[in-house]
Structures are given as structure tokens and as C-alpha cells.
Design a protein around this ligand. Structure first.
Ligand code: NAD
Ligand code: MG
Length: 391
């Protein structure tokens, strides 16, 4: 029986993880769960799974939850310290890191420092603190399994050892991208897209922020950086391939010319179940892939002129140090402003570029450097938005 600590339980990845736990009650038990403010959803999780500890983002949310779940034998807690501490409980074997954004960094690291198997959905934590993050994984001899579907596919397509996947004999990583809802739109057409249009992903059902990131290709930019840290490569070793059907989830090209791909219907339960059950496989209830129905798989190159975020991510990687934390912070502010209709869709990439070019980039020697860069970049982005000085 594997004890699961689920960070971000009320989100899209959180719900799919609960689905896998519910399908395999003899294999997994929910030990603890966290959410920011979604009290009703968390109350439902408490009733269905009876975890030992639950952590909410605010005291008000905790109090309301405790009231709704009155009489249940659950410890209701709130705040950053509690969030980090649930990852380290003895009953926890695996931590699913599925908080959205930079807010996931400290709790994800806490699980790694506690030596728990880490299932990484929260790409922003690896993107912003890459080297420190991977150093902690190595120091604590932690099994890190990527849940992001592309990275999970790469992991599955690499040679396997008893300690996980290895990069032996690889010539290129082929990172696939759906291209998002605006893949075929002109810049003129993209000028006036609404948050509702941007959130409507053609193949995947996901949280708001990653849906916007997919539409702007920032998600692929973050994933490019994520791949570089996870698989110890540089953007020169990764080709982004647009594949609108999202059936191939990514590929590995080998020295001899062989290319190994992982395929499946686009449903996050597949990579989640892979991470939870590795090195075995378990059922997911995802419909089997019917290639005759799919009929055709298409591929094209990404258009960096219409989607400059992808190039910005590669630039940030080569700038190094705090550049990736700066880009991520600018993007989190830009997405929030776009969702609140304060800036247009194309402004997201403009703001990201201006912040990346204007911020002080320094080397990263401690987590404080990452947090300082994040804070300063958020402020810079907010100032630029209020002055309208970024386009
Ligand atoms: P979501 O918005 O649906 O859910 C986010 C979860 O994090 C919620 O439980 C929310 O309560 C919690 N949360 C948000 N802000 C928080 C904060 N400040 N402090 C504590 N908790 C907070 O997001 P999602 O789509 O499930 O994505 C979660 C992570 O997984 C993201 O990093 C995303 O990039 C990554 N991811 C998601 C998908 C997907 O299909 N949804 C695929 C690949 C990677
Ligand atoms: Mg992905």
C-alpha cells in the first residue's frame, strides 16, 4: 500500500490523481491533501477519501472546511508551514506535486528533502529553481517521475534501468506540442482573443493557467526548460514538433536513427498512473487508442514569429541564473492580467520579453536568489502593466 500526499488536490491533475486512487484502493491510500481556497471540492475529497491531514491556503478556508466536515477524524490545517510538513509524514510514500505555479516550489522541495518519491506535475518549480531542484533530488536519492505528459513520454521512451530512465545513446529529444487553439490564426486574429477562447484547448482539459500557457506556447517554453533540467540536455538537444492531434506525447531519437515514441489518448490519468505505479503499470479506464479512428497524424514546425514565448524560454535557458525564474514570474503576472482583461493576448509575450530583458539576472546560489528574482520580476511586470509601457 502506497501512501499519497496530494498537493493541489482540487485542481485538474489533483482530480485525475484521486480518480486513479479510487480505481485502485488496494494499492493507494490518500494520506494528506492540500488546496488553496476550494472548500466545497475539498469537503467532497474529505468525505470520499478520509485523509489524515488536509492543508488549506488560508485560515478562513480552513475554518469553513472544518465546519463543513464537522465530526470527521481529520486534522484541518492551513498555511505554508503545514503545507511543507504534510509531505514529510511517515505514512507518505509518494508526493504528487500538482500545485499551480511558483507557489508549488517550496512544498515540492520539502517532499524531496523528506526523501519521498516525487511525481512532478508542477513544472514551474523545476523551471524556476532548476539546478537547486535537481541537486536536492540527487542529494536525497529521490525517485523523480515526470507527470507532464511530454516528459512522461520521453521518460517512457528512454532506456530503462532499475533506478529509472537513462539518456544513453540519445541524439535528440523530440518534444511535441499541440499548437493550442490558435495554431492556425494570424497575428491580426490573435490580437482580440478572449480568455474564454484561450482556455478552450482542442485536446486537453486543464486548469486555467496552463490552458492560457498552451495557447501562447509559453507552456512549450516552460516544458523545453523542464526537459533540459530533467534529462540533463540543452535546448540544442531538443526539437519542438507541432503535432495537432496530441496522440504522440513526445519522442526520443537515437544515434542509430531509431525514434521511439509514446502514444495514447490525451488523458493525464495515463502519465499519473505511470508515475504512481512505476516500475509496473496499472489500469486507468482511459479508452484504448484506436489508430484507425485517428487515421492521420500531422506534424509541422513551430512558428516563432507568431509564438515568441517559445524562443524566450530558450533565451532564458542560455542566459542562465535567475533568468528562468524571471520569465516564469513575468508570465504568471501576464496570464493573471490577461484573465482579468487588463492586457491583450499578444501582450503576454511582449510583457514576458520586456521583463526578461529589463530585469537584473544574477547567478543562483540559494533559494533566496530565486525568491528575490521572482519578487522583483513580478513587481517589474506589474509596474509595466500599470504604466502600459511594454508594448
Ligand atoms: P489547477 O488550476 O486546476 O489546480 C491547481 C491546484 O493548486 C488547486 O488544487 C489549487 O487549489 C492549488 N493552488 C493554486 N494556487 C495555490 C497556492 N498559491 N497555494 C497553494 N495551492 C494552490 O491546475 P492544474 O491544471 O491541475 O495544474 C497543476 C500543475 O500541473 C501546474 O503546474 C501545471 O502546469 C501542471 N500540469 C497540468 C496539466 C493538466 O493537464 N492540467 C498537465 C501537465 C502539467
Ligand atoms: Mg505538457
Amino acid at each position: 500500500m502506497q501512501g499519497i500526499c496530494l498537493l493541489g488536490a482540487t485542481g485538474s491533475i489533483g482530480q485525475s490523481t484521486l480518480d486513479i486512487i479510487a480505481q485502485h484502493p488496494e494499492k493507494f491510500v490518500l494520506v494528506s491533501a492540500s488546496a488553496n481556497k476550494s472548500v466545497a471540492k475539498m469537503a467532497d475529497i474529505c468525505r470520499r477519501f478520509s485523509p489524515q491531514r488536509v492543508v488549506m491556503g488560508t485560515q478562513a478556508a480552513r475554518d469553513e472546511l472544518a465546519q463543513q466536515c464537522h465530526g470527521m477524524d481529520i486534522s484541518f490545517e492551513w498555511g505554508a508551514e503545514a503545507l511543507e510538513s504534510i509531505t514529510a509524514d511517515a505514512a507518505v510514500d509518494q508526493v504528487m506535486a500538482a500545485i499551480m505555479g511558483f507557489a508549488g516550489l517550496k512544498p515540492t522541495l520539502a517532499g524531496i528533502r523528506a526523501g519521498k518519491r516525487t511525481l512532478l506535475a508542477n513544472k514551474e518549480s523545476l523551471v524556476t529553481a532548476g539546478k537547486l531542484f535537481m541537486d536536492e533530488v540527487a542529494r536525497n536519492d529521490v525517485m523523480l517521475l515526470p507527470i507532464d505528459s511530454e516528459h512522461n513520454a520521453i521518460y517512457q521512451s528512454l532506456p530503462q534501468t532499475s533506478h529509472g530512465a537513462h539518456k544513453r545513446d540519445v541524439s535528440k529529444i523530440l518534444l511535441t506540442a499541440s499548437g493550442g487553439p490558435f495554431r492556425t490564426w494570424t497575428l491580426e486574429e490573435m490580437k482580440s482573443v478572449t480568455p474564454e477562447q484561450a482556455c478552450k484547448h482542442p485536446n486537453w482539459s486543464m486548469g486555467q493557467k496552463i490552458s492560457i500557457d498552451s495557447a501562447s506556447l509559453m507552456n512549450k517554453g516552460l516544458e523545453l526548460i523542464e526537459a533540459c533540467w530533467l534529462f540533463d540536455v540543452t535546448p540544442h538537444d531538443v526539437d519542438v514538433v507541432v503535432h495537432p492531434e496530441s496522440i504522440i506525447h513526445s519522442m526520443v531519437s537515437y544515434l542509430d536513427g531509431s525514434v521511439i515514441a509514446q502514444m495514447g489518448n490525451p488523458d493525464m490519468k495515463i502519465p499519473i498512473a505511470y508515475g504512481m505505479s512505476w516500475p509496473q503499470r496499472i489500469g486507468t479506464n482511459v479508452a484504448p487508442l484506436n489508430l484507425v479512428d485517428v487515421a492521420r497524424l500531422n506534424f509541422e514546425a513551430p512558428d516563432l514569429a507568431r509564438f515568441p514565448n517559445l524562443k524566450l524560454a530558450a533565451d532564458a535557458w542560455f542566459m542562465g541564473g535567475t533568468a528562468m525564474a524571471v520569465l516564469n514570474a513575468a508570465n504568471e503576472i501576464a496570464v493573471e492580467a490577461f484573465l482579468h482583461r487588463q492586457i491583450g493576448f499578444l501582450d503576454i509575450a511582449r510583457l514576458n520579453e520586456r521583463v526578461l530583458m529589463s530585469a537584473d539576472i544574477v547567478g543562483v546560489s540559494s533559494l533566496d536568489d530565486v525568491f528575490d528574482a521572482d519578487r522583483a520580476a513580478r513587481q517589474l511586470a506589474l509596474d509595466m502593466i500599470s504604466r502600459g509601457s511594454f508594448s
